[in-house]
Design a protein around this ligand. Structure first.
Ligand code: NAI
Length: 541
């Protein structure tokens, strides 16, 4: 090989984040790959590089700066980025995902360094396939797409919402070992109704009101067709769409392609797992619970639908199971006399007197379990939790709204208003709480417990569809991972640090369902677990 070519190859390696090992290249590699002179002389092995990253991480003044540090590392050296993340999950997850990713999205166009993923816009109607042809990796297996309209509980962030597909796919790799080159973050930029962004001179998305109606559906349809042609083995995950689009698109595509909506289905499995664990503490049966949801959107309805299936599996009819689930939305208790209810709420509209507020609804329904998915900070007031604690020995209170700034209540508030008896979980992490000489550990109801494992299972056996039964299996598997120690501290989810093993267990369970339902695209391997493990990428070099 000519000297010039070798040298260029060395430089290319250093600039290719998927292959770059930076200062960890050995002397021999430096010779072979044309790297001599391009790096400082000393070989710094990867574990020392990890320490250097951590030193820099701790030196940063705030979480957004830490997010920028990690993103820049991901852009330079993906292996090192993932090794840092997987070995420090508790520390890194709140930065690369909720809550910090929320702030990062709000400021995405201000902290922009390099593009990641693909931007398909309303202007690309008729040429989406042409755009997808520009993606450098052919074997994409996991795509997360958003249109940025409902980013966490923060609302319409337009093209700034790209932080979510990027973050979710980072979790696919960190939590389930999906090879980074198999992942594709996708922003469907259809404009934004966020005036602040439209006035922001750094905003890089389409400066127009959101596309609606047939034009929107046609663009999504073109995208779906182009994706399935270019990446026939890809799982397409819909993320953070506003709820009218989310429910409709799920209905349209779930039986046609390999797809799911994480806000609806992933959240459901995560929450069901938390409820099943909580019942191990309360000693109650699922079929005997009364569940009150605060927020009747994608998350709330998704959870209720899966819960109904789980209760029905406990021996009740679907109607009886639904009667155990109640909703409060922005207009109050969802009851049958209300005529304006969206289709997804109607199955849960029961015959009861109208109630305008949550406290009144708790008094009327007397729930054993209260689940917040409303994006309304502080909605679980001390009075609400106190009332729950009046007639429940262990009230189950899940404040799932993200990011932390939107949580219905904090861990401290839940414990203080219930004399430390609440079984509390939240969407974003809260630190353990010292309460009357005890350490209470809140569970984090993080979807990252579910979707990476589901994705790994689906991808590993090339399942044709993602079914509700797969999410049910994922929920039971996750619940089964909660140890007695976790429960004793009040935590209804296992430690995040165990997430790679949890993902494998979930993947096996999901793959089993795929085989049982005739949805698997590959012949059954002799050892399913081993087959799944073999698909997992390791960031260690
Ligand atoms: P959505 O927009 O589909 O639903 C929001 C619901 O809240 C709507 O039913 C709305 O009527 C209701 N709501 C709004 N204001 C209200 C008020 N003042 N009183 C009562 N209800 C009110 O949104 P989605 O997808 O259901 O998400 C809701 C929240 O749940 C978000 O903050 C999101 O971040 C969080 N979430 C958390 C997850 C987790 O992993 N923990 C997963 C998915 C969502």
């Amino acid at each position: 090989m000519a000297h010039e070519e070798v040298t260029r190859r060395g430089v290319q390696l250093l600039h290719d984040p998927l292959r770059n090992h930076g200062t960890a290249y050995t002397d021999d590699e430096r010779g072979r790959l044309g790297l001599r002179g391009l790096l400082p002389v000393e070989v710094i092995p990867q574990d020392v590089q990890v320490d250097r990253v951590l030193e820099n991480f701790h030196r940063k003044p705030d979480d957004l700066e830490r997010y920028i540090l990690l993103t820049s590392l991901q852009d330079r050296n993906e292996s090192l980025f993932y090794r840092v993340v997987t070995e420090n999950m508790d520390l890194m997850m709140p930065i690369i995902y909720t809550p910090t990713v929320g702030q990062a999205c709000q400021e995405y166009c201000h902290i922009f360094r390099r593009p990641r993923g693909m931007y398909i816009s309303a202007k690309d109607r008729g040429r989406v396939a042409e755009l997808l042809a520009n993606w450098p990796h052919d074997d994409v297996r996991a795509i997360v797409v958003t249109d940025g309209e409902r980013i966490l509980g923060l609302g319409d962030l337009g093209a700034n919402g790209m932080g979510i597909p990027v973050g979710k796919l980072s979790l696919y790799t960190a939590c389930a070992g999906i090879h980074p080159a198999w992942t594709l973050p996708l922003m469907l930029d259809v404009g934004t109704n966020n005036e602040t962004l439209l006035q922001d001179r750094f905003y890089a998305g389409i400066r127009a009101p959101r596309l609606r109606g047939d034009a929107y559906d046609e663009l999504v349809e073109e995208l779906v067709q182009a994706v399935t042609e270019r990446f026939p083995r890809a799982l397409l995950q819909f993320e953070d769409f506003a709820n009218a689009n989310a429910f409709r698109l799920l209905r349209t595509y779930r039986d046609r392609i390999c797809t799911f909506n994480d806000d609806i289905q992933g959240t459901a499995a995560m929450a069901l797992a938390g409820v099943l664990s909580a019942l191990r503490l309360t000693g109650g049966r699922l079929a005997d619970q009364r569940v009150l949801f605060f927020g009747a959107g994608e998350a709330g309805i998704g959870i209720a639908d899966l819960l109904v299936s789980a209760i029905a599996a406990d021996g009740l009819t679907t109607a009886e199971a639904r009667a155990r689930c109640w909703f409060v939305d922005s207009q109050g208790l969802v009851v049958s006399s209300r005529t304006e209810l969206a289709a997804h709420k109607q199955p849960y509209a029961h015959d009861a007197a109208p109630v305008g507020d949550l406290l009144g609804a708790v008094a009327a329904v007397r729930p054993t379990i209260l689940i917040g998915a409303s994006g309304q900070k502080g909605a679980f007031t001390p009075d609400v939790v106190r009332l729950m604690a009046e007639y429940n020995e262990r009230p189950v209170v899940f404040a799932l709204s993200n990011p932390t700034s939107k949580a219905e209540c904090t861990a401290v508030q839940a414990y203080e208003s219930s004399e430390g008896r609440a079984i509390f979980a939240s969407g974003s992490p809260f630190a353990p709480v010292e309460f009357q000489g005890r350490t209470l550990v809140p569970g984090q109801g993080n979807n990252a417990y579910i979707f990476p494992g589901v994705g790994l299972g689906v991808i590993a056996v090339e399942a044709s569809h993602v079914t509700d039964e797969m999410f049910m299996a994922a929920a039971h598997t996750l619940a089964g991972q909660v140890a007695e120690d976790d429960l004793a501290a009040g935590r209804v989810y296992p430690p995040l640090q165990e997430i790679r093993d949890i993902s494998v267990d979930i993947a096996v369970a999901v793959a089993e369902v795929a085989y049982a339902q005739g949805r698997a695209g590959l012949p059954r391997p002799e050892d399913l677990r081993e087959h799944i493990r073999a698909q997992m990428w390791s960031p260690v070099y």
